[in-house]
Design a binder for this molecule. Structure first.
Ligand code: NAD
Length: 288
């Protein structure tokens, strides 16, 4: 067997087309979808990332404003800026770029973002809605993983889903979303004993750790769906570097039924999910 490659770029592009059609429909009713992204203490890398995000938004008809704030801004001033955006009727979505300077408590600031404008799904209230099974806006990466699993056509009900990595932005919300679809999630982390005994039981194996090649052939059950969230830059023998995931792609491909590549899997889908969340937030804010 050779796994079917799940093409996150192609699936993400289809989602973007749907979003473009929806934003055009809203625009024809005089309703603009408008994301404001806040960067505190800009770095060249953050600017490049934000500019790419702006291009992705504009390509689907979403207005994008980048608000750059000085790195010595106080937490109170930042909170006030976020509250201003919460009240601004022309702004339908807000996100705060990470990382923030050490004197800023990122989680506290995310808590300030209006729940309905929280396009990254990072406000604890949005995580709470996921827990209660009434998802309003799901964290982007978790939503991307679920969409990629859906693309295989599998019915998640009753399936063993093993998630390796238990962070707030990836593993934990992924486990909750899969639980909500009737799967039986097992959440593994650095303290998990005998990792392989868990991963080998998985019908669906999601890996979100940040360790290149952590998961090899011996970890994977025959026919499993394997979703690789990891993004790692590794040096090659010739001195160049390349991006790889947490899964040993070549070793796992003959065993899995479906497998995401890195790059080209979860990454582009996460961008598409941010746009989808931005549209969803706008529909809520604009009362559609
Ligand atoms: P994190 O460092 O916050 O969390 C890592 C998790 O892995 C922790 O729960 C830790 O306990 C667990 N872990 C570490 N070593 C382990 C081991 N040997 N066995 C089992 N569990 C282990 O990382 P994160 O922010 O969740 O990111 C994880 C990876 O996913 C990174 O490579 C990151 O770049 C990538 N990522 C990709 C996207 C995307 O859009 N594709 C989005 C977010 C994160």
């Amino acid at each position: 067997m050779s796994a079917t490659i799940i093409d996150g770029t192609a699936i993400g592009n289809r989602i973007k087309q749907e979003i473009a059609a929806q934003t055009a429909r809203l625009a024809s009713e005089g309703k603009r979808v408008h994301l404001t992204a806040v960067i505190v203490g800009s770095t060249p890398a953050a600017e490049v990332y934000a500019n790419r995000q702006g291009e992705a938004c504009r390509a689907v008809g979403i207005d994008y404003t980048l608000q750059t704030l000085p790195d010595d801004i106080s937490q109170r001033q930042l909170r006030d800026e976020i509250r201003k955006l919460n009240k601004d009727k022309s702004v339908t979505g807000i996100m705060l770029h990470a990382p923030v300077p050490p004197h800023i408590d990122l989680a506290r600031m995310q808590f300030e973002i209006d729940v309905t404008k929280d396009v990254e799904g990072v406000n604890p209230a949005n995580i709470g809605y996921v827990v209660y099974g009434h998802t309003l806006i799901a964290p982007c990466t978790a939503g991307a993983v679920v969409e990629l699993i859906h693309s295989t056509g599998i019915d998640l009900y009753g399936k063993e889903a093993v998630i390796v990595g238990a962070s707030e932005i990836a593993g934990k919300p992924i486990a909750l979303l899969l639980l909500g679809e009737g799967a039986t999630p097992t959440l593994c982390h650095i303290g998990t004993r005998d990792l392989i005994s868990h991963t080998r039981r998985a019908d669906i194996l999601v890996v979100a750790v940040g360790k290149p090649g952590l998961i090899g052939a011996a970890h994977v059950r025959a026919g499993a769906i394997v979703i690789d969230v990891g993004i790692n830059r590794v040096k090659q023998p010739d001195g160049t570097s390349k991006t790889v995931g947490d899964v040993q792609f070549d070793a796992v491909q003959p065993i899995a039924s479906h497998l995401t590549p890195v790059p080209g899997g979860v990454g582009p889908m996460t961008v598409a999910m941010l746009l989808k969340n931005t549209l969803r937030a706008a529909e809520i804010v604009l009362g559609k």
